[in-house]
Design a protein around this ligand. Structure first.
Ligand code: SF4
Length: 423
């Protein structure tokens, strides 16, 4: 039998993971670059099983068994690049480690995966799935978001005349601000049957009826008790949207649960970026989540131009919660680095004098137990070049949104005053 540890450049994702996009085009991993979404959409064969059985996926999986090939070179760019800089850190290595026979989180499934990779893969063997419902509804309009993930953000863009930039050319949205399409849950039967982790995301995850239908399907099939439910939420609302009720009624049906609470800063500054959220409401809901059975809570932030100088406050806030309830709260996670594409709120948009200030803060306040995380952030601040044009575009975006929302950037981030005044 093939052993994962003997394979030269193996990744489990194309064998056991599915990511369903808002536009229902499926891919095997959320990190992939240049995945041919358009071509797959055009073919009409977009479902998990269609893509699973496509020639593209057959060839892609084969490359992981043979060690390399043109498809991994192209699609797995992020992991290839990460491993160029660090032999021990990449998304791929993190996923492989989950199947480590001794300590891996999924070690009880390692043998089954090894048996599966020796088959012709015509049968599905899905252990994890990330489902992005075909619905972009979100009640917030976080500055660094885009219309693809927030209908409220899309509406704001329309109201203030932003017609270009991040996500505005989305073929799925096709100029609409809110898209809410039906999805046939029966097509996920084959995927759900072996699943050990079901990840639901948004828009606002807890406000999308399709997410409740997916949970209903798992409950009806009698498989929910074998899977971890992972819900990414802005924690501002908990509507009763499913036939069983709200999130508090659903979680007990699953083996266990992880609530990923998306925040940007700790307190007032979070309200500004994740507009129009209210910090007290978020913490009230987090308190309620903490009482759900078999549930852990993880706070996750983006690393952006507005957050990078304040993440030590998040670390301190989460550490205080961990101290009180170590069995419930997990270490905070600096999630995605806002970078590239049409993103405006990137570290490269921060002028050098503000970076000096942020660096001083990191050196002075970053908690010792988080040294590795904060050294990474300090490196971003020192290594990433300043992009003046991007900075100018970001400031214009801030000014437009502030005017419309009745907010003032410098009320919460006073260090930006000299640049805000110039507008
Ligand atoms: S190697 Fe990286 S990009 Fe490729 S499938 Fe695995 S995790 Fe995704």
């Amino acid at each position: 039998m093939t052993k994962i540890k003997d394979l030269e450049w193996f990744c489990p994702q194309p064998f056991m993971n599915a990511v369903v996009n808002h536009d229902r085009v499926t891919k095997p991993c959320c990190v992939l670059k240049r995945w041919p979404n358009g071509k797959i959409r055009k073919s009409g064969k977009t479902s998990v099983m269609d893509v699973h059985q496509s020639q593209l996926m057959k060839d892609f999986r084969k490359e992981f068994l043979e060690g390399s090939g043109p498809l991994t070179e192209k699609f797995c760019l992020v992991c290839k690049e990460q491993e160029k800089h660090s032999k021990t850190e990449s998304h791929r290595l993190m996923y492989v480690d989950k199947f480590d026979e001794n300590h891996g989180e999924y070690r009880e499934h390692t043998t089954a995966l090894e048996e599966y990779i020796d088959t012709d893969h015509s049968e599905p063997f899905y252990l994890t799935m990330e489902y992005n419902a075909p619905n972009n509804f979100c009640n917030l309009k976080c500055n660094m978001c885009g219309p693809f993930n927030s209908s409220t953000f899309a509406k704001e863009n329309k109201a203030i005349g932003i017609t270009e930039g991040k996500g505005m050319a989305s073929r799925w949205l096709a100029g609409r601000t809110w898209v809410n399409e039906e999805d046939d849950m029966n097509q996920y039967t084959d995927v759900l049957k072996n699943l050990i982790e079901l990840k639901l995301v948004g828009g606002e995850t807890l406000a999308l009826p399709q997410n409740y239908e997916m949970m209903d399907k798992a409950i009806e099939m009698g498989v929910s008790k074998q899977m971890r439910l992972v819900l990414t939420t802005n924690a501002t609302l908990t509507p009763k949207m499913g036939k069983h009720g709200d999130v508090f009624d659903y979680v007990p049906h699953f083996k266990d649960c992880q609530m990923n609470v998306s925040i940007e800063c700790w307190g007032e500054k979070n309200n500004y970026i994740r507009f129009p959220s209210k910090w007290e409401k978020i913490m009230e809901n987090v308190e309620r989540f903490s009482k759900m059975p078999r549930t852990k809570i993880l706070f996750a932030t983006c690393v952006s131009s507005l957050t990078i100088g304040y993440l030590h406050e998040v670390a301190e806030g989460v550490d205080a919660l961990i101290e009180k309830q170590p069995d419930i709260f997990k270490e905070f996670a600096t999630g995605s680095l806002v970078i590239g594409g049409d993103n405006l709120y990137t570290v490269t948009a921060i002028p050098l004098d503000i970076r000096d200030l942020y660096l001083e803060r990191i050196y002075e306040h970053a908690p010792e137990r988080h040294t590795k995380t904060f050294m990474k952030l300090a490196k971003y601040l020192t290594d990433m070049p300043f992009d003046e044009s991007l900075h100018n575009r970001m400031m214009i975006d801030v000014a437009k949104r502030d005017k419309f929302r009745g907010t003032v950037l410098t009320d919460v981030f006073p260090e930006w005053e000299p640049y805000y005044e110039k507008l």
